[in-house]
Design a protein around this ligand. Structure first.
Ligand code: ADP
Length: 482
């Protein structure tokens, strides 16, 4: 009943290669509680040799797993999901401990993460082929086949969901996997992997390797045995990994950074726009790739919106994950605060006024005050994700101008539009260069929705009926029937 203690009890200080626990040798990599900086445990600092072993295991397990009955794979996914549900409180506690997100959010993420596994169980049962007559008088039959052993590299901001969003469809399709979690939050991922084995997954089908990211990533991308990379993380790292995958021509999915605009038109429901801005922006302390990074509000209501937003933001309780009623936690590491501070300084220098917040929090450490600014220059916020609790609000004059600004960015992940005018909502949604658009909503992630970006936010889609396609190849068999 003490979620923090339950979380601590799930810490396993080992990597797993085909089910074999690989303990920490020497110092290992320290994992801390972002709220206090206290070291909560270590994971092994593994390198090329261990990664090669994991790749070989994924390769060896692939033949049987990929040819297994998809209904058996669905049954495995359902057992895994049931075990995650049974252990949800402990894993949520563990995640809150290593990531710093509030316990309420951690619980929400476990449910969301498990949603991908449950959805994928259904997907395994409906991997469909096609038949078609050809002009040559033949019949074509298509098979959807597992791509092969996969490398899955995940970030720290959603330690469970970013993993299950890949592993669910990978296993449904019949792929095997080597996982490299973020070094800041490896314990949640290790706990999920343990439960996958317990649910009956063939051990070789899954390994989790911790250690130097560039070394492990280098081996995974160079290996001809790995046929697919799915990566969620920053655009610079994604670009580098895509390059590294080119020599072996791997299938690649990239879920990268964003710089999401949130647009509030003059006819919007202001209370709704304010409430959704807060939900979208302050989730995970502003550390998500779909967080509104820049808010554009029609000049006629910009002050009213910004003042109401500031008044609500001022009420958000800041604190450690396990304190009651906390809405905003710490940032993941010290350098994350430097970035928020830098963005704040720059928007202020350009004429932005601070309406609430504006500095590091009195709690010290990695806490930053939830901050709202009005005015200044939006250019920086098109180019860089703040990834912290700062909402810069910029007034705009008309639809064409705001559309231009919204799209004048290298990124194209998410955008959000607030208006009561359906024509405008659809017109703007269709002109926004993004993979994801929320209309009168800033919380849009669910296993049912296709998630992914365009431009330098990457390619490929996760979740929905499309997610599994990233892990399937099409084989066309031509039958010359007499
Ligand atoms: P973030 O800003 O979210 O930390 P990163 O792109 O740095 O984004 O990290 C996302 C994931 O990519 C993490 O698991 C990290 O360890 C891993 N990573 C970082 N650099 C590399 C690299 N050169 N090769 C492979 N993986 C990497």
């Amino acid at each position: 009943s003490d979620p923090k203690a339950a979380g601590r009890a799930l810490i396993r200080e080992h990597a797993l290669i085909a089910g074999e626990a690989i303990p920490v040798k020497g110092e290992g990599i320290a994992v801390d509680d972002p709220a206090t900086g206290e070291i909560i445990g270590h994971v092994p600092d593994l390198g090329a040799a261990e990664t090669e072993r994991a790749v070989k295991a994924a390769h060896d397990a692939f033949a049987d797993w990929s040819r297994s009955d998809p209904h058996a794979r669905a049954a495995f996914l359902r057992r895994w999901a049931a075990l995650i549900d049974e252990n949800a409180e402990g894993i949520a506690g563990l995640m809150a401990l290593e990531n710093g997100k509030t316990l309420t959010e951690a619980r929400g993420e476990i449910a969301y993460a498990n949603g991908f596994i449950k959805w994928s169980a259904g997907e395994a049962e409906r991997i469909l082929g096609e038949t078609q007559d050809t002009p040559l008088g033949h019949l074509i039959v298509t098979f959807k086949e597992a791509v092969g052993p996969c490398a899955l590299i995940t970030p720290w901001n959603f330690p469970a969901a970013m993993l299950t969003r890949k592993l669910g469809p990978a296993f449904a399709a019949g792929c095997t996997a080597v996982v490299k979690p973020a070094s800041q939050t490896p314990f949640t991922a290790i706990a999920l992997v343990e439960l996958a084995y317990e649910a009956g997954l063939p051990k070789g089908a899954l390994s989790i390797i911790t250690g130097d990211a560039a070394t492990i990533g280098g081996v995974l991308t160079a290996s001809p045995l790995i046929r697919k990379l799915s990566f969620t993380g920053s655009t610079p790292v994604g670009r580098k990994l895509a390059e590294q995958c080119a020599p072996t021509l791997k299938r690649v999915s990239m879920e990268l950074g964003g710089a999401a605009p949130l647009i509030v038109f003059e006819d919007a429901d202001l209370d709704l726009a304010v409430a959704e801005t807060i939900k979208g922006k302050f989730r995970n302390s502003g550390q998500t790739c779909v967080c509104p990074n820049r808010v554009y509000v029609h000049a006629s209501i910009a002050e009213a919106y910004a003042e109401q937003l500031a008044a609500e933001v001022a009420k958000l309780k800041v604190g450690a994950a396990f304190e009651p009623d906390v809405k905003v936690g710490p940032l993941i590491e010290d350098k994350a605060l430097d970035k928020v501070e830098d963005h704040l300084t720059k928007v202020q220098a350009a004429g932005g006024k601070v309406l609430t917040g504006g500095s590091r929090h009195a709690l010290g450490g990695r806490f930053f005050e939830p901050t709202v600014t009005l005015g200044g220059d939006d250019a920086l916020f098109r180019e860089e994700e703040t990834f912290g609790p700062l909402v810069p609000v910029f007034p705009f004059e008309d639809e064409a101008e705001v559309l231009h600004k919204a799209n004048a960015t290298p990124y194209g992940l998410a955008s959000f539009v607030f208006t009561r005018d359906l024509d405008r909502a659809m017109r703007v949604a269709r002109r926004l260069e993004n993979g994801i658009v929320g209309v009168n909503a800033a919380m849009v992630s669910t296993p049912v929705a296709p998630f992914g970006g365009v431009k330098q936010s990457g390619y490929g889609r996760e979740g929905s009926v499309h997610g599994i396609e990233e892990y399937l190849d099409i084989k066309a068999v031509t039958l010359n029937l007499r």
